[in-house]
Design a protein. Sequence first.
Length: 241
Amino acid sequence: KVTDYGRHVTEALVTDLASAGCIIVSGLAMGVDAVAHAATLRTGGKTIAVLGCGVDCCTPRENETLYDEIIAAGGAVISEAPLSQPSFKGSFPSRNRIIAGLCQGVLVTEGAEDSGSLITANDALKNNRMVFAVPGPITSSVSRGPIALIANGAKMVVSANDILTQLGMQSTSLIKRKESIRADTKEEQCVLDILLNEQLHFDELVKRTGLVSSQLGTILTLMEMKGWVTNTDSGAFTIAV
């Protein structure tokens, strides 16, 4: 049940975390899980999928391509279930403790108050792992989970640096890498400067750059060809790292 906001936030944070060397662990489910795995692969990072069924099964079937890509990229697909055992009621909440146990920290970007992601967060707290949560619109039901976690002491996250700092990793490496790109024109540099700290959709870039749509479209196409920016699955542009 991932929203556009949840997809955008997950892609942005995972891209930066994977670029900084973090291994991303999730459950290969539809929604945020799939977004996190896919964003890691696009960044060239490593990701681990923990299944609620036998490791030789892919549930859901819609993620079979992603399943194959994770293995091909040198990641891992793991499960405690016997080979060929199908998923069943309770197998997914059970596997969440493995996700929490493999990680130094658990990040919740979206989730209702009864979401499985909160089960993972609670497992993390019980086992002295760090818990991070992204604040969302107070009108959204899938923001209630993260908001509740923050109220109970989870670290609020608005950028990957919030997590990297807590993990003791070099929090300035991403910014330095992005700042190292020097554009060929002032218009290209303007786009890079605006995208330095966040992903933005085309319409928002038009507003902030002051460029007409056709001109900005040409600039972005050239910048993609040069490998400076990339267009995410949600349609937002970000600096390629």
